[in-house]
Write a protein that binds this ligand. Structure first.
Ligand code: DGI
Ligand code: FE
Ligand code: FE
Length: 188
């Protein structure tokens, strides 16, 4: 599947706004992959499909989480987390992508997890810093990302966790573990 075919396939599942975001993630992910040594083609494909399930209805996502025996923790936390693991399943089922590295990059693009591969980190960070993103603090993350994938991600995680805490929301265990691993490692 080339870029145009992939973009064509994802387009009908997204709003115009989300499609523009997806194209931004694609461009940014390719640049980050080049810079930090991930497979550029896999980064392109994972980026194109990372938000594939963003607009599925909650009941459908809930059913998939239960049927596929995904962590039952997921259902207790913010439903914003669901589109990532559900997306990985649907992209395999409906689009026929079988590359596990690509599917994992989609699966963990929202929560993160411990032991992220470079490809997974590239998609995580590209999703946060792509040019159409405008939230407070994004410029600082962009600057850190020029020199270090992990430094950029640490700041992005701090921003996201602060945002969730201010809204009295829980923080998903994988996100916490991802953060702790990176911050403890950065002090060694
Ligand atoms: O799908 P996008 O909007 O492009 O971005 P995303 O997949 O990173 O989703 C981000 C949303 O998920 C953001 O509003 C924060 C929310 N979220 C809720 N709970 C958690 C969480 N994000 C993380 N990393 N960890 C959580 O526990
Ligand atoms: Fe997403
Ligand atoms: Fe996204």
């Amino acid at each position: 599947m080339n870029r145009e075919e992939a973009l064509q396939k994802v387009k009908s599942h997204l709003t115009e706004h989300r499609y523009v975001h997806t194209c931004g993630v694609m461009e940014t992910a390719i640049q980050l992959a080049k810079k930090f040594g991930a497979d550029e083609k896999k980064a392109e494909l994972a980026a194109i499909f990372h938000d594939y399930a963003k607009f599925r209805n909650k009941d459908e996502m809930k059913t998939i989480i239960i049927e596929e025996k995904l962590s039952s923790d997921l259902l207790k936390f913010n439903s914003e987390l669901w589109h990532a693991p559900v997306g990985a399943i649907l992209v395999q089922r409906e689009v026929g992508i079988e590359d596990q590295e690509v599917l994992d990059a989609i699966r963990y693009h929202t929560s993160g997890r411990e032991q992220m591969t470079t490809l997974e980190k590239v998609i995580y960070l590209a999703d946060y810093i792509e040019p159409n993103r405008q939230f407070p603090g994004v410029e600082e993350v962009r600057e850190l990302s020029n020199t270090s994938l992990d430094k950029g991600i640490i700041k992005a995680l701090q921003n996201t966790m602060t945002f969730l805490m201010k809204k009295n929301q829980g923080i998903y265990p994988d996100t916490f573990r991802f953060y702790n691993e990176l911050i403890l490692d950065s002090r060694r």
